[in-house]
Design a protein around this ligand. Structure first.
Ligand code: GDP
Ligand code: MG
Length: 302
């Protein structure tokens, strides 16, 4: 029998919180200098990877579920529903609250959504360096009275207080399973995933009918170049031969446009030069390949 102490763990942790509560600061601190996190912006992504990190025997992928806001139009409602589904697919949900700001409208909506989802979350009260202890305990009691939280952590993401305890806890809570990412590739993985999502988004916007739903994008190569830039090679998978010329466009015009728009956005995000190369390949069964689903935090059997 395997030594139980050597079992590896792997899981997705969804991080929810109003703008400015300190999500980026907290994840930066846990992920550390090893992984450079791409400053993410709102986009039509399935998930947004904030960081991938190893703690003891656990590999943790921190994901953001974009678009949790007050929905007005049908599309907004659909996006919010998808965002909550994203949180539901994660193995753990962390809700961050700015201890000084307390429960504002945005946090209120997150609590409402959590209630509807029926999931229990981990409460993280951040910025404890900014308020008095009595106020902190009052806020913790008020939030815990909702019955939505299993455990509570009080941290200062900025100063580091309490962060190790939270990190250990998360590492112990993600399910047993094999790591999905090789440890030595950690440093550029979030960028690889994001880069693939950017290209997929352009494909989505610039193609029609069934095509946007038939493509997958994978970053195959990520290499530093001598000029301080990065060379990125991606495969665009389509399901049928007939979809290849659609994506290439007349005289290769469409793929050129997709490439230049994706390249520009990626260069903006990274703040450096990007040389992007796209290869369109037919892979009939990509949608049946289980690996993609795990990478995207999606339920293969849904
Ligand atoms: P996000 O929008 O939730 O990702 O929030 P950020 O991580 O960008 O942080 C928003 C602001 O709060 C930044 O100015 C941070 O420096 C600050 N901040 C984050 N955590 C703490 C903390 O623990 N204490 C204090 N005093 N400021 C913090
Ligand atoms: Mg942020």
């Amino acid at each position: 029998m395997a030594d139980p102490a050597s079992e590896s763990r792997f899981g997705f942790v969804a991080v929810l919180g109003a703008p400015n509560v300190g999500k980026s600061t907290l994840i930066n601190r846990m992920v550390g200098a090893k992984v450079t996190i791409v400053s993410p912006k709102v986009q039509t992504t399935r998930i947004r990877v904030l960081g991938i990190v190893v703690r003891d025997r656990s590999q943790i992928v921190f994901v953001d579920t974009p678009g949790i806001f007050a929905p007005r139009r049908r599309l907004d409602r659909a996006m919010v529903a998808a965002a909550w589904k994203g949180a539901g697919d994660a193995d753990l949900i962390c809700v961050l609250v700015d201890a000084a700001r307390g429960i504002d409208a945005n946090t209120g909506r997150i609590l409402d959504g959590l209630r509807e989802s029926g999931r229990k979350a981990v409460l993280v009260l951040n910025k404890i360096d900014t308020i008095k202890r009595e106020k902190l305990l009052g806020l913790s009691a008020e939030l815990n009275a909702t019955g939505l939280f299993g455990d509570t952590f009080m941290v200062s993401a900025l100063k580091g207080d309490g962060v190790d305890d939270l990190f250990d806890y998360l590492a112990g809570q993600v399910p047993e399973g094999t790591w999905h990412f090789p440890e030595d590739q950690l440093s550029d993985l979030p960028q690889r995933l994001l880069a693939a999502e950017i290209t997929r988004e352009k494909l989505f916007l610039l193609t029609h009918e069934e095509v946007p739903y038939s493509v997958a994008v994978e970053t195959e190569l990520w290499e530093e170049t001598r000029d301080g830039g990065v060379r990125v090679e991606q495969s665009i998978y389509v399901q049928r031969d007939s979809q290849r010329p659609i994506i290439l466009g007349k005289g290769g015009r469409l793929i050129k446009r997709i490439g230049s728009e994706a390249r520009r956005e990626l260069a903006d995000m990274l703040g450096r030069q990007v040389h992007l190369f796209l290869h369109v390949k037919v892979r009939e069964k990509w949608a049946d390949e289980r690996d993609h689903y795990r990478v995207w935090g999606l339920d293969y059997n849904a």
